[in-house]
Write a protein that binds this ligand. Structure first.
Ligand code: GLU
Length: 440
């Protein structure tokens, strides 16, 4: 396909705090569409709400876009710098008789500028995702475009800026469908070409309600902080409402770009599935090169007490052992048992697996057997199986009590591999401590 340089799309967030995944998904779909078409992806900051558009809110938008690799192709346009152009457009409408002034509600605060909705004709447009959408003429009312204090209203600013930026396709959440009927009327009144529209379905929770923070992590910053990998979140959100038309679920950015079309965006709501995202994230982490994984894990870990100088070689070994099982980089925080002298025992795990009749005796028997064999995979395994057989337990039954004794938690790599990395002395010391002090 020849690059279509005339395709211009934009992400137009109103920075009001943290960046919701629904918003960033709109940015991703705009970005994918622009890249697929060989067009341009732009950013407009709709920062006219002076109270909510704080520097922190703007920083959150920029950080989220940067983290996800959503670089705009031109410098961002700040809507707050465009007031004169918005007012000029309102003047133009006034002088053409397409708007009028009125002291709305007779408050005495001064006149608003009101846009005159064309009477008598139904409004309709072909949404690329939702198909033909119609609104009856009698349901379309005149509306304010400039407030009595002289500030332009969202509808006017949004349309005037889209015209200014040469936007050809407006891809945004379907909470804007109602606005679009007004926006189309404004485009026509201003003598501009109406762009194509693609309204994205809502992201919902398991009950079909808009997905919010109450349902789980909902902001881009949360996912970053919790150790999700940017490419995995990008991939997951791309598939939230869109599919490549086959059953691929793990796609590179290039594959997503190649396959992306707006026609294949579903018109029904998309359900957020955190488990699926976490699973996909684990696959991304598992697929990284060992060196890249170590870099990412180390960057995430920072420099906590347990990872002091001299522990780098061990950190590499632990990375190799646990990479394929890591779901999010935050799992790194559980790795302390490889570095501290003793594990931090999780009370729930201790209660469930160690505080039981006979466990201490079995662990002691295992320690005895370990003491007299070599410390390699097969010897450890045989000692474990022998201790189980002696206690009349089924094979594998001692794995979890042993795991909790040496790591303090219930998840991790294979039990023998974990012991090998910890080393014989440490394993024996921990098992003995557990058998003596923690078992029932
Ligand atoms: N600032 C609006 C929003 O974030 C813009 C919508 C749009 O036209 O993309 O909902």
């Amino acid at each position: 396909m020849f690059p279509n340089m005339s395709t211009r799309v934009r992400f137009a967030p109103s920075p009001t705090g943290q960046v919701h995944i629904g918003n960033i998904r709109a940015a991703i779909f705009n970005w994918l569409f622009a890249r697929h078409e060989g067009g341009r992806f732009l950013l407009r900051i709709e920062d006219t709400d002076r109270e909510r558009s704080t520097p922190e809110a703007l920083e959150a938008v920029m950080a989220a876009m940067n983290w996800l690799g959503l670089e705009p192709d031109e410098p961002p346009l700040f809507q707050s710098t465009r007031t004169d152009a918005h007012i000029a457009a309102a003047e133009q409408l006034l002088s053409n008789g397409l708007a009028f002034k009125e002291d709305k509600g007779g408050t005495g605060k001064g006149d608003c500028v009101i846009f005159r909705m064309p009477a008598g004709t139904d409004s309709e447009f072909d949404d690329i995702i939702k198909g033909r959408l119609t609104k009856k003429a009698e349901d379309m009312k005149d509306f304010v475009i400039v407030r009595s204090d002289g500030s332009p209203v969202f509808h006017l600013a949004n349309v005037v800026d889209d015209i200014f930026m040469g936007i050809t396709h407006v891809i945004r959440g379907d909470d804007h469908v109602e606005n679009t009927f007004r926006h189309i009327a404004l485009y026509k009144a201003l003598g501009a070409d109406v762009p194509r529209y693609a309204h994205l379905p809502m992201i919902v929770n398991a009950q079909g309600k808009p997905y919010s923070k109450r349902d789980g992590d909902a902001y881009v910053g949360d996912f970053r902080q919790k150790g999700y990998y940017a490419d995995a979140l990008f991939n997951y959100l791309s598939l939230l409402g869109w599919s490549p038309g086959d059953d691929r679920e793990q796609l590179t950015r290039q594959e997503l770009t190649d396959a992306f079309t707006l026609e294949r965006v579903r018109s029904s709501a998309s359900q957020m599935d955190l488990k699926k995202l976490t699973f996909l994230n684990g696959r991304y982490l598992a697929d990284m090169s060992a060196a890249d994984f170590e870099t990412a894990a180390s960057a995430y870990a920072g420099s906590p007490d347990w990872l002091q100088a001299g522990k780098a070689a061990r950190f590499s070994e632990v990375c190799r052992l646990l990479q394929s099982r890591t779901k999010t980089l935050a799992d790194v925080r559980e790795w302390t048992y490889f570095f501290d002298r003793m594990p931090a025992y999780e009370q729930k795990a201790v209660d469930k697996l160690l505080r039981k009749e006979g466990v201490g005796v079995m662990l002691s028997a295992f320690v005895q057997k370990l003491g007299v064999v070599g410390f390699d995979h097969d010897s450890i395994e045989s000692a474990l199986r022998a201790a189980e057989a002696e206690a009349g337990l089924k094979e594998g039954k001692l794995n979890q009590p042993v795991r909790v004794s040496i790591t303090g938690i219930t998840t991790g790599a294979g039990i023998c591999e974990t012991m090998l990395l910890l080393g014989k002395d440490s394993v024996i010391a921990r098992l003995t401590h557990a058998a003596t002090n923690l078992c029932g």
